[in-house]
Design a protein around this ligand. Structure first.
Ligand code: 13P
Length: 322
């Protein structure tokens, strides 16, 4: 079914307003029902536009039918409210035209085609194919230039390669994409950089971001790999039996600064995985008699709601912009 019949919107108007308003729309990845419920609850409560985001692997994990039903339930809940928030359903890191087609068939309103590991002209060719197809259905397309390091569902890259500002104009013109993911120092996963003892976090490359903005003024930029990996939750995981070492995220002030400029979409996945794991570990550690999953997944969902609201209010600036 087409996304408009379901109630989703594409990202065009969301990004236009975000650009003008100096904030970014949260793109929260979800992997299960409770996470999706928390995202919807938090964004409705803080009156933030939202992009619900899922990768191909997650669709395989959840199952195609469940993915369709879960996302429809989410938008139904939003539509039932007196003041619905704009909500897009986005394919994260699409790897082929076929995957993007499948998503559009299933009601996605926006897709990413990730050709960032390819040479520029090949990336342009692959991305343009997806744009030509998606635009027939008024589905928006995110492309990517530059390579992020780190490990994520569908992406494993050893080394990052910053986006070259001199190619963004050509990429955007030749492909017709609606937004562009760039590499300015963020990274996927739990360890964004390897810090030596006493070393503080290096700044994101705001100089590159500025150059990109000058080359393509008014064009919406996307930041992947933007979890802040709060020390509170990594400590909690480790205290209650986990072993996550060397976890370092992107300082929230830096994400906030990026959102004030041309960055209109910020991807966050790992922070929510950490929160769930931390809360579940704590509960199971403190009460070894618990066997009802609602007793630990429920509180994890409550904690997620708090985290998403905080992100919307204090980091992305998207609260009360719906
Ligand atoms: P994090 O791993 O920093 O949450 O990034 C997620 C992401 O970019 C999804 O595409």
């Amino acid at each position: 079914m087409h996304y408009k019949e379901i109630g989703f919107v594409n990202t065009k108007e969301m990004f236009r307003r975000a650009y003008e308003g100096g904030y970014a729309v949260p793109a929260y990845n979800f992997i299960n029902m409770e996470q999706l419920q928390a995202i919807v609850a938090a964004c409705m409560e803080s009156r933030s536009p939202v992009i619900l985001q899922a990768s191909k692997r997650v669709r395989q994990y959840v199952g195609r039918e469940f993915m369709k039903s879960m996302s429809r339930a989410a938008i139904e809940l939003i539509r039932q409210s007196d003041t619905p928030i704009p909500c897009a359903l986005h394919l994260d890191h699409g790897d082929s035209l076929e995957e993007c087609k499948r998503s559009i068939e299933d009601g996605f309103s926006s897709v990413m085609i990730d050709g960032s590991a390819l040479p520029l002209d090949e990336n342009i060719r692959v991305t343009k194919n997806v744009v030509d197809y998606a635009h027939e259905f008024d589905v928006t397309v995110e492309g990517e230039l530059g390579v992020l390091s780190g490990l994520e569902d569908d992406v494993t890259r050893e080394k990052s390669r910053y986006t070259d500002p001199s190619s963004v104009e050509e990429f955007v013109d030749k492909t017709g994409v609606d937004s562009l993911a760039v590499s300015i120092g963020t990274a996927h996963g739990v360890t964004k950089v390897k810090l030596k003892p006493g070393e503080s976090w290096p700044s994101l490359r705001f100089d590159i971001l500025k150059e990109i903005e000058i080359k393509i003024p008014g064009f919406p930029i996307v930041l992947h790999g933007s979890s802040s990996i709060s020390q509170e939750y990594t400590d909690m995981v480790n205290k209650y039996g986990g072993n996550i070492q060397g976890a370092v995220g992107i300082p929230e002030e830096q994400i906030r600064k990026a959102c004030r400029s041309c960055v209109c979409k910020v991807n966050i996945a790992t922070d929510s995985l950490l929160v769930m794991t931390a809360v579940i570990r704590k509960i199971l550690h403190e009460d070894t008699t618990v066997f009802d999953p609602r007793k630990y997944i429920g509180p994890a969902r409550d904690e997620l709601v708090k985290m998403y609201i905080k992100k919307n209010k204090e980091v992305l600036g998207s609260a009360y912009k719906a």
